[in-house]
Design a protein around this ligand. Structure first.
Ligand SMILES: NC(=O)c1ccc[n+]([C@@H]2O[C@H](COP(=O)([O-])OP(=O)(O)OC[C@H]3O[C@@H](n4cnc5c(N)ncnc54)[C@H](OP(=O)(O)O)[C@@H]3O)[C@@H](O)[C@H]2O)c1
Length: 245
């Protein structure tokens, strides 16, 4: 159970972290666990590295449904669901610098991870959010998905996959406002964070702070602690401020 008036919403909460193997996901998991001895952290990954983790093939609907059902059977409802999966570059492809580099294989892979996984997570994890008290379902988005903030161009697939994710977040927040009034649905922008996802690009970033995973997780936990129902449907950055669509 979480109380959003409380500034440690993770206290005694049942928290599922999808993509808990990633740079940001694993660090949030570690920090949230350290906050409180009474919370339950459920790590969901595509390949287990710890016995306690749940394995889920995130792009297989049957597997997502089965994992959500197993969690419901074991824990009942959830207070917080955090989706931290994401993809920017692959072995063969990097973000496009020009429309000439658009490639359907890369576009498809980026959309599958950044957009399709959140669609399946919405379908199978939103129903297990508790209805008795406040709950949060949050998806890692990115400022690059903002249409009004796009001043630089490029990175066609990644930007578009996050813009589509933002529409999913807004739409899900509207449905939840009828079907589970206690639920808050948000996107999160972590800033630029030194992880495997950003590594090839962070050296080129000048005049911009690159956060460590630990800093990013601290900021995101603080932002989540300050969230309330008026934020539902919004994309919240690491400072707790709304990113324009
Ligand atoms: N880092 C940044 O600067 C930054 C900035 C803005 C937004 N974000 C967003 O923050 C989120 C987390 O990013 P991160 O920096 O922590 O990246 P990361 O360290 O590369 O972690 C990515 C996560 O996504 C999972 N994933 C990748 N491909 C997958 C697939 N095909 N199926 C299932 N899971 C898959 C990874 O699982 P495996 O471990 O199994 O590969 C891992 O758990 C992403 O949504 C990203 O877009 C990051």
């Amino acid at each position: 159970m979480i109380n959003i008036e409380n500034k440690n919403i993770f206290s005694k909460a049942k928290v599922a972290i999808i993509g808990a193997s990633g740079g940001i996901g694993s660090t949030i998991s570690k920090q949230v666990r350290a906050l409180d001895r009474e919370n339950i952290i459920i790590e969901i990954v595509r390949q287990k590295s710890k016995k306690s983790q749940f394995e889920m093939d995130m792009l297989d609907e049957h597997s997502v449904a089965k994992c959500a059902e197993e969690i419901r059977n074991k824990y009942g409802s959830l207070d917080i669901v955090l989706n931290t999966t994401g993809l920017l570059h692959t072995k063969n492809y990097s973000p496009e610098r020009t429309f000439r580099e658009i490639n359907l294989d890369y576009l498809q892979e980026v959309f599958q991870v950044n957009t399709y996984i959140p669609f399946l997570v919405s379908k199978y994890f939103a129903p297990i959010l508790t209805k008795e008290s406040a709950s949060i379902i949050a998806f890692m988005s990115a400022r690059l998905g903002s249409i009004s903030d796009n001043k630089l161009g490029g990175w066609y697939s990644y930007r578009s996959s996050k813009t589509a994710l933002n529409m999913l977040i807004k739409t899900l927040s509207i449905e939840l406002s009828y079907s589970n009034k206690n639920a808050i649905c948000v996107g999160l922008h972590p800033g630029t964070v030194d992880t495997q996802l950003s590594k090839p690009f962070t050296q080129k970033i000048k005049n911009k702070k690159v956060f460590t995973k630990e800093e990013a997780a601290e900021y995101l936990i603080k932002a989540l602690n300050n969230i309330d129902h008026k934020d539902t449907g919004n994309i919240i950055d690491w400072r707790g401020e709304a990113v324009p669509y």
